[in-house]
Design a protein around this ligand. Structure first.
Ligand code: PLP
Length: 412
């Protein structure tokens, strides 16, 4: 009989979004006229920048003629997108070589696939709560061991991010060879400053560890914070950075991302850059020409302006959620430099209790924090990815619901 990868049996079923979907469907069936507002969404909703659309149309036309047709992108050596990315990093004072930039179809794939080049004996640190992909891909690879009673894998190191630490990870007390960091963070919306990132870079260099830095939301940073780990001195010898056009330019359905692996990054004498290059050359055939042209267009002056406009729209929504909930008495994090607002469920409610209450009594859907790890219990995520109008309505409904509670209580 064929043996399967037994690690898959260890995966906790990803029931978070299916349970949310089921509860929403049941509610809608029971209340057909209810107008449910979805603020749990982790996907963008605004259309692609017009510049990207025009560039992709033109690229389609090129594919229609033998003289301008393009085949495997990896074989024909086109590098216009890497050049645009390099120029973008240069604006932040980061000097990259073109072949330190690896294009891909998504930061999700890269965050998971990066594990291919690292041994299974490594100790991996993840934040809790966190984007579940980091944990699940390491479980699949056999790096997680077994779950303990608290829902943690016994061979992963968890960096608890709590209200006391402003939902920022603290340096590990124990050994950690690989550390996933995500800033601005999904789900907590918090972003690390220069001093905090410098502490991580220094720690990683001292301990010969590697930081796996997920910058999928860097474009949401509006304050004076680093947008790349490579703005931090020493990062080129200890960090890999993942970035994506998904949340930056609405490419969630188009698929385009990139990962930076500096040539200076080594494990002993082994070049991590060479390993990742070999891995990608073997298992990945490149990003489609049409997609690359669309992504390139987001770096033109007009493209940048259009991207900024859309991000400002989502940030405005997030800001409205944050302000509205705080005025209703909630404690919140994120919502600035991030499309995500993280909030504490009131009065000791669990994440799912708050989910049910908001669905049943305000017809607003969010995401229970417990779905992002044990330390997310008691918290809740709302996002700025909805429309401005629906976001405003949702905030009003939550305010009304909780004003009722403060004025005399129906919560029990
Ligand atoms: N990293 C984080 C932290 C995310 O939240 C997401 C998407 O939600 C991704 C990566 C995935 O990005 P992509 O669409 O490029 O695969």
């Amino acid at each position: 009989m064929v043996q399967v990868n037994a690690n898959f049996a260890k995966l906790q079923s990803s029931y978070l979004f299916s349970t949310i979907g089921k509860k929403v469907r049941e509610y809608q069936t029971a209340h057909p006229r209810a107008e449910i507002i979805r603020l749990g969404i982790g996907d963008v909703t605004r259309p692609l920048p017009a510049e990207a659309i025009a560039a992709m149309h033109a690229a389609v036309d090129e594919m229609a003629h033998a003289e301008t047709f393009k085949g495997y992108p990896t074989d024909i050596g086109i590098t216009f997108l890497e050049e645009a990315i390099r120029a973008d990093y240069a604006l932040r004072g980061v000097a990259l070589e073109l072949d330190e930039i690896f294009l891909s179809d998504g930061a999700k794939s890269d965050c998971g696939n990066i594990g291919d080049i690292f041994g299974t004996e490594n100790i991996v640190a993840v934040c809790d709560p966190i984007y579940p992909v980091y944990v699940d891909t390491n479980v699949m690879a056999g790096r997680a061991g077994n779950p303990d009673a608290g829902g943690h894998w016994n061979r992963l190191v968890y960096l608890d991010c709590t209200a006391e630490t402003g939902f920022l990870p603290q340096l590990p007390g124990d050994r950690a060879d690989l550390v996933y960091l995500c800033s601005p963070n999904n789900p907590t919306g918090t972003a690390m400053n220069r001093a905090q990132l410098q502490a991580w870079v220094d720690w990683a260099n001292e301990n010969a560890s590697i930081l796996l830095y997920d910058g999928a939301y860097e474009a949401y940073i509006t304050e004076d914070l680093p947008r790349s780990i490579y703005e931090i001195p020493g990062a080129e010898t200890c960090a890999i950075e993942f970035r994506s056009f998904s949340k930056t330019a609405g490419f969630t359905g188009v698929r385009c991302a990139y990962t930076i692996v500096p040539k200076a990054l080594k494990s002993g004498d082994t070049s991590i850059h060479a390993l990742w290059g070999r891995r990608q050359a073997t298992k990945f055939n490149g990003v489609s020409y049409i997609t690359q042209r669309g992504a390139e267009a987001t770096f033109t002056a007009k493209g940048r302006a259009q991207v900024r406009e859309t991000i400002a729209y989502y940030l405005q929504n997030a800001g409205a959620i944050k302000a509205g909930l705080e005025s209703a008495g909630f404690s919140t994090w994120g919502g600035v430099n991030s499309p995500y607002v993280w909030l504490k469920a009131p009065d000791g409610m669990t994440s799912w209790e708050l989910f049910d209450l908001l669905l049943n009594e305000a017809q607003v859907v969010g995401t229970p924090g417990a779905g992002f790890g044990p330390a997310g219990e008691g918290y809740f995520r709302l996002t700025g990815f909805g429309t401005a109008e629906k976001t405003r309505q949702a905030v009003e409904r939550i305010q009304t619901r909780f004003a009722k509670f403060e004025a005399g209580g129906v919560l029990g």
